[in-house]
Every structure is written in C-alpha cells, then in structure tokens.
Design a protein around this ligand. Sequence first.
Ligand SMILES: [Zn+2]
Length: 501
Amino acid sequence: MTEFIRFGDPSRFEVAMRWASDYEPRVRRPAHGGWSTGELRVTVGNLVLTRHEFTGNDRDAVHWYLFPFFEWLATNWVSLLHEERFAWRDNHAVPAATAVFMALRRLIDARSESEQEEYTAVQRWWARHALRAADSSALFPDLVIRRLVNDVEISWTARQPSYAPDGYRFMLAPGAATLPISEVAAPLWEALAWAVSAPPTDLNADDRKSIAELKRKIDQLRLLPLAALQQAYLPTELFRKVERVRDSIGLHDHSIRATSLPAITQFDDAVLMFGGVSPNIGVQDTRTLLNLLENQIGGQDSFELAELVDTTIGAPLTTPFEEGYDLAEELLDDLDLADGTTVVDMRALVSRLGIRVIEQHLHTSTIRGVAIAGTKYYPAIFVNLTSAYNAEEPGRRFTLAHEFFHILYDRKRARRITHSSGPWAPPGIEKRANAFAAMLLMPRHLVRNFLPHDDLSRDSLFDMATAIEVGATALLEHLFNIGVIDEFKRDELRAALETSV
Ligand SMILES: [Zn+2]
C-alpha cells in the first residue's frame, strides 16, 4: 500500500487519502468507481473523524471506493462552501449535523403535501452537505459541511452508520468546528486535483472515462464567475433582488475570491446583510436596507467602541446562552455598570460609543433589527418599528442590546458586521445575542435588588419589569435561566401572563 497523501493541516483541517490494492476481482466490484479502492482520513483540530474500531482493531481511515466521494465533492462544491441557510425554518441553536438530522426525523412520516415537500427539501439539503450522501454503501462518519457567514462550519454527530457490520464503530462524541474558508477549501481542492491526476494504473476504458468526466466538472468549477458562487448564499429570488438594488444604488460588489480556487473567502457586506432575512422580503425593504448600508460608508468605530470590540469570539460552539451571559457580565465589569442599583441606559450607552440609532418602519415584520459596523462604516443600529418586539420601549431597548452584541462580538475575520436579526438569522448566533441582551439589561445584582420579598406573582413581576425597564416575558424567562425561579414557577407565571392579554 502507498503512503497517505495529505492535504491541509491536521491541527486545523486535513484530508488524507491513498489508493489501496483490492483482492476482490474487478468484475465483482461496482462497475462505477470499482477501480478506486482506497482509504480516506479526515482530521479536524487533531481529532481524526474517520477513526473507528472494527473487529477489535483501531483504524484511522475509512477503507472503501473513493471515487463517489470525489464526485460528490465536485458536484456539491459550491453548496458545501457557500450555502449557509437550511432549507427549513430552524429554531435549534445546534450545528448543522444535528439540525439536519432533527429536521429529517421530524418529517420522516410526513403526511400532508406541504410536509412532504419540506421533507424533500431537507433531504436535498442533506445530500448537498452530508458526507454520508456521497456514497450510501460507504461507512462514513456523520459529518456535515456548510458555510457560516465567512467561515466553514464542520459538524458531526455520534450516530453510527445504519448498515455497519457488527463491531464497526466510530469513536466520536458530537462536535463542531468553524474554520476560515481557505483552510478547508484549499485541501479539498488539492484532493480533487490529486484524484484526477494520480489515479491507480490498472484502469479500463470506462474507468478512464469517468475520471475524464470528473476532470471536466473540476474545470467547470474553476471557471465559475463570482456571482455563481455568491448565489449559493441566498435563495435565488432574494439574491436577484439584492443584486438589482445594489447595482441601482451604485454599491459595488466587494466579495473576495480565494486565489486559484473557486471559493469566496469573504462575502460582500450587502449579501451578508440578507443572510438572515426572509426570502419573501419586498424590493422596497431591500432598498431601504441597502440605502441604510450605503449611508454608513465612510466612517469607523469611535475610540471607545474600538476598545470594547472583540473579533476573536467566533461562532457559538458551546451553549449560546452561557457565552452570551459571560460576555455581558464581563462587559458590565469593564464599563463599571455592575453596581447593582442602576438600570443600564441603553440609548445613552450606544450614543456615547458613537453608534447611531435609526428607527424606521419596514414593510416586513420578520426583521427585528440590523447591526452595521466595522472597517469603513459608521456604526449603526437599525430598529424596525414594524416588528412586534419593538412596539414598546422595553422591547426596543432589548433590540438595541441584541444588535450591540453583534457590533461588539460578531465581526470575526472580515472585521465588519452587516447583520439582520430575526427568525431567519442563524439561531445560535441569535440566541447568544439574546442571552447577552438579557444579562446586560438584567444583571444578577439588579435582579436581586428588585426581586420582591414575598412570592413572585403576576402583579409583582409586572412591577419589577417596569422598574428595570424590560418586558415582563423577557424578565420571566431570564429569572428562570439564571436560576432565580424554578420551572414550576415559570410555567405558572407564563400561564398568568397569557391570560392577562
Ligand atoms: Zn441578531
């Protein structure tokens, strides 16, 4: 057997492979790809995801025909590296490998036509992103790759392959990693090039034909224009709308393509702004949002804001709630606001940091707020007054705090943020910003100070919410999340709140 050919860095992302000799006669192997017996090893953060045990032995690599994997990789290349959105509405703050499994399980006995359509859409999404879709007869780990803003998210579950022989078992705990696009795209691209340039030698005419076809696919990918790659990030209709309006107001496309391979390392800010937007948004709202973006060009963070920004936080990988709470508590300390008696004046705070607040009605109610900040922008928070959340001042304060989180911690590698918040945005990112907002507006000390001495009732909950200038529902959920009340009390008060409207 030859040595493994390795692409990438195992401490980040590595894909390694080699051809292997097959004692099975060629006629008994699959006609398609039966020539490609080999081994595949995938490593993320030094964790070998293909590691498994079989008949008492530890093996690092999956041994099977490799050609279907390469075909799948080339066919789904654009989606794997540029499609972030799920094909279904998801409210779980979990990585894609778990989210897509839960969506399939929820719809598996779909009866109604609309549910069956949704099931098909989920199934297709899975086929574009899940390694197991590459070859149903291979014993691959349950690994899913997708875009996440300007990163690649690689996630996996501990689910074993359905038809694994006895004693075949992947040794994995569920996990996820987010990595810069080039650290994943480059090794995969090199692996594709290797597959077509250094195949095994004993091939028949059909085998050579399928390799030539794969090579053609790779060459086509190489020629794809920037727009074709960008398009995978947004639903087609929405992308067209954004492109049209962007051109009409003279905003240039600033997407950055990786050198020498078909992948966008940084999406254009206008495209990113619509990543968390309902596909049904109208042209007028699209124009309002892009004008907003255009108006903010030419500025930068104030000195005080720049001091607070942290671009190293990354995507939420642990519990979004804990991450949001911790960051809020650190910030309260930094700002000397943790004294426990004063309610944070959100408007004064963002104004002091030079963040402009724009309050306006969009046609859609599905966008709650928008955050714009970073290199080349005057920082701004847009509050959509059409959103039910923003009907009252406590809700608007919450939106300000939520968008403030994106401005401080969600910029990452591009060092910019153009994010729209609402039910269409990635749930993990949204839940973390919500947790931050809750803790910033309702720090533990403050809660303790204002908590009524006797048992919490519906009326005293309202009084307390008024005193600390938050909504009663937000307060109730926060009290439960920080362990001040138990589940029983929360449910009792939830019911009381519902009957009071
Ligand atoms: Zn948000």
